[in-house]
Design a protein around this ligand. Structure first.
Ligand code: ADP
Length: 475
């Protein structure tokens, strides 16, 4: 049995069982006390009406009164009209019947309990429930009447409890059936409820274990419930989806980085071998080889730098921010990239605004953002195209727009370009982390990156940063 089922059995079911048992017991007990109370009340009301008649009977003197009362009592017993329901009798001082309404004098083996108790009690009244000699359950009530007549000590009335007991047995049976039905319904609904939790949870556990073992293709069956279990299953599926996407991208990244590193290394190795055979340093190939080795080494260096900075960002390197002028920072990056832009046959369109735009940022990270975006604009532009830089201020935000007239990004790639290791269709050199780095830095600077693109017409990258208010101090 699973532990949730055990906990439910111990907690909920045990509580329900105790509550139902208590309710049924209370119901049965109150039924018995109220029914027996009613029977006792019926006997007492009859006895008290007789007592009433007895008390108002008076004579000239005490002996006369006693005689009259004695006669009256005898008459009352003889003429008692509910003989079928009650047996009415007069008892002497020893509790023995003197007269009985049934006519037959019952001989008690021992003094009736209720008579003895009535003698003891202050009210002179007592009740007892017992099984008669005929095997019938009866209730007897004795009331002492010391004022009646010498030999008559008490009035006693006995009635059968057979009908009352039948009704009580029926009620007890009904209460037990209802109690049992409530318990069964709560067990059934509980088992149904527990199953609806335990079964999917078992599947979730199995799937999560499979994922933990590295099987990222496993999925939970699609759940359409919007309850907690449904949401948990969908979240696990989403998590598995994301993990397998990251895994795939990571593998692609390793192969693309290896490829990117191998290309310049192959070139360097080839030129080293060529140079090793040339004796004359003035040889044209000697110088050409050295220049290519230098250029390829720079490329390798840049690539390793990019990877290192990405890995530093991933491990949460702190930004060293200070107040800056965004205009000056962008101009600086544009000047740095200008030579490359021209070399690739492109031209730069940039009108530096006159007024500064204060921001709070880390200068080297911001430069990295501009260079990564400009590098993409150069890589994906056709010769003759323009790269345009714009600066805008709108309310509390400042914007840098970097537009190119290159090949653009396919719509289904657009939503993924900011993911780490993602390379779009027909991507040229690169490891797929440039825009992921841009996105992380901009988010850390409380800014954002927005990319729009039209295939065949170009791409616009919009970088947003919050405007900084205090006076600018250069850092
Ligand atoms: P990388 O570091 O390899 O350049 P990025 O993260 O910078 O990777 O870019 C991811 C992908 O987005 C690129 O492989 C490319 O397909 C696409 N991309 C980014 N910028 C542009 C652009 N200006 N024009 C066309 N495609 C672009």
């Amino acid at each position: 049995m699973t532990s949730i089922t055990k906990r439910w059995l111990r907690g909920s079911l045990l509580t329900t069982f105790l509550v139902v048992t208590a309710a049924v017991s209370i119901y049965i007990y109150t039924s018995y006390t109220s029914y027996y109370g009613e029977v006792q009340q019926a006997i007492l009301s009859r006895i008290s009406s007789m007592e009433g008649q007895l008390k108002i009977t008076t004579g000239q003197n005490a002996i006369q009164t006693s005689q009259k009362r004695s006669q009256l009592l005898q008459r009352m017993v003889e003429q008692f009209d509910e003989k079928d329901k009650f047996e009415f009798m007069l008892l002497d001082g020893a509790g023995r019947p003197i007269t009985a309404s049934s006519g037959a004098l019952i001989h008690y083996e021992s003094t009736p309990q209720d008579f003895l108790e009535a003698l003891e009690s202050n009210s002179g009244t007592a009740k007892s429930v017992y099984t008669s000699a005929t095997g019938e359950r009866v209730m007897a009530v004795t009331v002492l009447v010391p004022y009646a007549a010498e030999e008559i000590t008490a009035l006693r009335m006995v009635t059968s409890l057979t009908l009352v007991d039948q009704t009580l047995i029926q009620r007890t049976f009904l209460a037990l059936v209802v109690g049992l039905a409530v318990l069964l319904v709560s067990v059934w609904s509980g088992v149904f409820f527990i199953r609806s939790i335990v079964k999917p949870l078992g599947q979730v556990e199995q799937t999560a274990t499979e994922i933990a073992r590295g099987n990222l293709e496993v999925r939970l069956p699609q759940v359409h419930n919007s309850d907690e279990i449904g949401r948990l299953c969908n979240t696990i599926n989403q998590m598995a989806e994301e993990l397998s996407k990251t895994d795939r991208l990571q593998n692609e990244f390793i192969s693309s980085v290896s490829h990117e590193l191998r290309t310049p290394l192959t070139s360097i190795r080839g030129w080293v071998e060529t140079i090793a055979q040339i004796r004359d340093p003035e040889d044209e190939n000697y110088r050409k080889g050295l220049s290519i080795i230098g250029r390829e080494t720079d490329r390798l260096y840049e690539m390793v730098e990019e990877l290192l900075s990405f890995s530093r960002l991933q491990s949460g390197v702190k930004l060293e921010c200070c107040p800056l002028d965004l205009v000056a920072e962008l101009t600086d990056a544009a000047l740095f990239m200008e030579a490359r832009i021209h070399k690739e046959g492109l031209h730069l369109v940039y009108e530096e605004p006159d007024l500064p735009l204060p921001i709070w940022a880390d200068p080297s990270r911001l430069r990295q953002v501009f260079i990564n975006v400009l590098d993409n604009a150069i890589k994906y532009s056709r010769p003759g195209g323009a790269i345009t830089l714009d600066l805008l201020q709108d309310g509390e935000s400042v914007y840098v727009l970097i537009k190119d007239q290159g090949r653009g990004i396919a719509p289904d790639d657009l939503e993924n370009v900011k993911l780490k290791f993602f390379k779009g269709k027909g991507a040229v050199r690169g490891s797929g982390i440039g825009l992921a780095v841009v996105d992380e830095i901009m988010t850390a600077l409380d800014g954002s990156v927005d990319i729009t693109s039209e295939q065949g017409y170009g791409t616009t990258v919009t970088l947003r940063l919050p405007l900084y208010h205090p006076a600018i101090k250069s850092c």
